[in-house]
Design a protein around this ligand. Structure first.
Ligand SMILES: [Zn+2]
Length: 247
């Protein structure tokens, strides 16, 4: 169970001999419908990190449990971090990891608002030296076939997919009696601090009615397996590049 924060500084060199990969979780503290916890985007990646720590030697860092939640900032309980602070923070953590000689940093990102900021930070942190950041936007990049098989309605925010996943990982935190359903569509990208609650009513984008624990289990298990495969691939210095398609 190689959790970075559990090691002493004396243990650290030995842990480093066993791996070239560190894992960082990035999430958010933000409203997720009326039925899911504020920490949903941390709770789900955390489950995946446990699976990585159980099955590989990769060093799992403490997560960054706050993110860019600007769009949800009018909802109770949401805390958002400014993009410039987030980029600087990510980049500092990434450089701190590489300073120790690890070659690959696998970021398991749980929140869409962080994705662009992670890329900006990763460009800065990998500018020099033999360093690679792999960003996995897990809800989009992992468990594609499980999602296609089990989900009956489109994915979203506090929708069928995310609700099922929390039902599997932390069922005691799901309140289906208060489930919310909304899906505001926009032809154009509308940005307005004033109209946030109109653009994403009830902090929901989608319909959780068909969510089940079983669906969540299948998605989370497939996602865990894919991440473990990815760590093993990086340990062999293989970048996760897909074969190019025929022109
Ligand atoms: Zn979420």
């Amino acid at each position: 169970m190689p959790f970075w924060q559990d090691l002493t500084h004396r243990d650290f060199p030995e842990a480093l001999e066993k791996t070239r990969v560190a894992v960082l979780l990035t999430g958010a503290l933000e409203a997720h419908g009326d039925h899911l916890p504020l920490g949903t985007d941390n709770i789900l990646p955390n489950y995946l990190a446990q699976a990585i720590a159980e099955k590989t030697n990769a060093l799992v860092l403490p997560g960054i449990n706050y993110g860019d939640s600007w769009i949800f900032n009018q909802f109770e309980g949401t805390i958002t971090i400014s993009p410039d602070i987030l980029v600087a923070f990510y980049s500092n953590v990434m450089k701190g990891v590489f300073k120790h000689g690890l070659r690959y940093l696998l970021v398991v990102n749980g929140h869409g608002g962080n994705a662009g900021h992670l890329e900006t930070a990763a460009k800065d942190a990998t500018e020099k030296g033999d360093r690679v950041v792999v960003i996995v936007n897990w809800w989009r990049d992992l468990a594609e076939s499980a999602r296609a098989t089990v989900l009956e309605t489109p994915e979203g925010h506090a929708a069928e997919d995310e609700t099922s996943e929390v039902m599997h990982v932390a069922p005691q935190l799901v309140d289906m009696e208060h489930k919310t359903k909304a899906r505001v569509r926009m032809k154009y990208r509308i940005i307005s601090g004033q109209y946030r609650k109109d653009l994403i009513p009830k902090a929901t984008f989608g319909d959780p009615s068909k969510a089940t624990q079983e669906k969540g289990k299948l998605i989370m298990e497939q996602a865990s397996d894919e991440l473990i495969d990815l760590v093993n691939q990086l340990e062999k210095h293989e970048l996760p590049i897909l074969p190019s398609e025929e022109p």
